[in-house]
Design a protein. Structure first.
Lengths: 218, 407
């Protein structure tokens, strides 16, 4: 695990107000310029476009919604309509340098399988996800007795596409279980600024989102 | 329509055949010095290709789009059809301001080899015998169709096509283009298609061919010399095929069990149901514009299509030399060339690291959706082509409408 102090924070991150945007910038910061990237669950293609413009990557995307795919295709991005749970199997080993899963892990049916596929297809996997261990969420469950609603997780339990929530510590445990290594990691606090301290329990309590770069054990 | 069988007006018989010898379109002839090398191992010569163009070729010749037509389509993509008087079969997609914008691109569409709208086919005169080819024409394949199109593109002085686009059998030609001429295709748009004909696809085609050949007027394929036309067989073939172009949902919503101009069943074999009447209409109107032997040839060409077979069974290898950007489109209610067939193409392209976009469009229209004004088809292809045109440096559309229209 990288210590938070060792991480080079992206310059733009602190000045951004939109936390989703910060997440994209942090992900982009983990990608080498000119590399081959697959963005799984690429939405309207905002990250792919950012990576193409700022990092000159050769990017591809997979997106479930037809509207998202149409937006991407209209931007000139190469995006296929597909599902993280089923369509990663069609990609050959080591086809990409980076396979990115941004705010999608918790919506997959088989998160472990998806992570394994990502690490098979790419040299690195970059995953960002909302941290269910954040103190506000714990507080709401513990004292409100209801499923939590926050600005990042604003859907009621019966409507949410997020079926596999995890905490940052759950995620770290899963990475260990599938024999992968976290080589970079960031937790983002309420203000959208990466947390200064890197102890997992602090991330788990105060991080609203986690962003991790993984690789296979050699 | 009376009785249990399909009736025909004899006056319409000659209409389709007129286009065979004197098509209402541009024509290029290739003489004995430029034969078509066919996959069956023979040379076809002379060869005539009937085609249409729309828009203007730019100075750098970088804005040419080739449209490949489906089974019974033709070169009349965006102009009034010379036989039926109906708008071109892809007028929703091709024209001024359309996704395939004729104010911006130079659009080429040719009739396939084996067709009956002016390109050499079984109804054309065989110079060796002075009679129509009939079944003496070698069996045509998708690869042969594409090779002939490449001869046309050469003739037009175009090196690289900006895009090759087409649906159904047209989509097969698109895939074959990329495989046969990887360096000559900048962008490819295969729609509602498959990289090979499935057993079910072959089965339906065989039903159609058997219907044609079972018609006593087929005369072992020599009907033209005997002054008859196997209209009944061809109409039945079309009726069966037409069912495969529509989804169960759309048939149900359009026709259901509704009766045709009557309030109760007649307890006969009349066309009591609207769907029967509709199919009979599809069958009879088809024979006015299509040659029965041609139908045998084009269906056979699809059946023989298995792109991966030429590349050691691996579809990915078929595309490995191509740098083309792809936009693969399928329709979720298409059971003739289902989404899964398009996904197989996408997987093969991904395996080869190709630049590929893929959309499975939700519609109840079935296979026919690629011919209809399907909003997502329009928006996706427009976005794809605009982005590709930017990458290729093609100037934006001129504002005048109907530019360079030739017919």
């Amino acid at each position: 695990m990288t210590r938070a102090d060792d991480v080079n924070w992206p310059q733009a991150a602190a000045s951004q107000e939109n936390p989703a945007r910060v997440d994209l910038l942090l992900v982009a910061d983990m990608v080498e310029p000119g590399s081959r990237v697959l963005d799984v669950g690429c939405g309207d293609g905002a990250l792919l476009r950012l990576l193409a413009e700022d990092k000159q990557v050769d990017g591809r995307g997979i997106e479930l919604s037809q509207r998202g795919v149409n937006d991407c295709v209209a931007k000139g991005l190469s995006v296929i309509q597909g599902d993280a749970d089923t369509d990663l199997a069609g990609y050959p080993d080591n086809a990409f340098d980076y396979v990115i899963l941004s705010q999608t892990l918790q919506a997959t049916h088989r998160p472990r399988r998806v992570l394994e596929e990502m690490l098979r297809i790419g040299r690195y996997a970059i995953v960002s996800f909302p941290n269910f261990g954040h103190w506000r969420i714990r507080f709401q469950v513990a004292f409100g007795g209801r499923m939590p609603l926050t600005r990042n997780l604003s859907c009621a339990w019966y409507e949410t596409p997020n079926i596999h929530f995890c905490t940052i510590q759950d995620f770290i445990a899963l990475v260990r279980e599938i024999d992968a290594i976290i080589e970079r990691g960031v937790a983002i606090g309420r203000s959208g600024i990466p947390l200064r301290y890197s102890e997992p329990w602090i991330w788990n309590l105060f991080g609203e989102q986690g962003v991790f770069r993984l690789t296979r054990k050699r | 329509m009376i009785g249990g069988s399909v009736q025909f007006a004899p006056a319409s018989k000659a209409a389709g055949l007129r286009e065979v010898d004197a098509p209402n379109s541009l024509v290029v002839h290739f003489g004995a010095d430029q034969p078509l090398k066919m996959e069956a191992g023979v040379l076809l010569s002379p060869l005539t290709i009937a085609y249409q163009t729309y828009g203007e070729l730019n100075a750098s010749k970088s804005n040419a789009i080739l449209i490949c037509h489906a089974l019974t389509g033709d070169q009349h993509v965006a102009n009034t059809h010379p036989i039926t008087g109906k708008p071109g079969w892809w007028h929703t997609m091709v024209g001024p301001g359309r996704p395939i914008d004729t104010n911006r691109y130079f659009v080429i569409a040719s009739n396939v080899v084996g067709g009956c709208m002016g390109t050499t086919g079984p109804a054309s005169l065989n110079p060796a015998t002075g009679r129509p080819y009939g079944l003496d024409l070698p069996v045509v394949t998708i690869k042969d169709m594409v090779r002939a199109q490449a001869m046309l593109i050469d003739h037009l002085g175009i090196d690289t096509l900006f895009c090759v686009a087409g649906g159904s059998m047209g989509g097969m030609q698109v895939l074959q283009w990329v495989a046969s001429y990887p360096e000559r295709v900048f962008a490819a748009m295969p729609i509602a298609t498959a990289a090979r004909h499935s057993s079910q696809n072959i089965a339906f085609h065989e039903v159609g061919r058997q219907a044609v050949m079972a018609d006593p007027d087929w005369r072992q394929g020599r009907y033209l010399e005997e002054g008859v036309i196997p209209t009944k067989g061809l109409a039945v073939a079309r009726m069966a095929a037409h069912i495969t172009y529509l989804s169960d949902e759309v048939l149900q919503s359009k026709f259901g069990r509704k009766l045709q101009d009557r309030s109760a069943p007649t307890f006969s074999f009349d066309a009591d149901f609207q769907i029967e009447n509709y199919l009979r209409y599809q069958g009879t109107s088809f024979v006015d514009r299509f040659d029965a032997n041609s139908y045998l040839y084009v269906t056979r060409a699809c059946d023989y299509f298995d792109l991966a077979a030429d590349y050691g069974g691996s579809l990915a290898y078929a595309f490995k030399d191509s740098k083309a950007r792809f936009c693969v489109i399928s329709f979720n209610s298409d059971w003739l060339y289902p989404t899964q067939a398009s996904r197989a193409i996408v997987h093969a392209l991904n395996a080869g690291g190709a630049s590929v976009s893929f959309v499975d469009i939700e519609t109840d229209r079935g296979h026919d959706a690629f011919l209809l004004d399907t909003p997502e088809l329009i928006s996706t292809s427009r976005g794809f082509l605009e982005a590709a045109a930017r990458a290729r440096g093609i100037a934006p559309a001129k504002t005048k409408t109907g530019a360079g229209f030739r017919s």
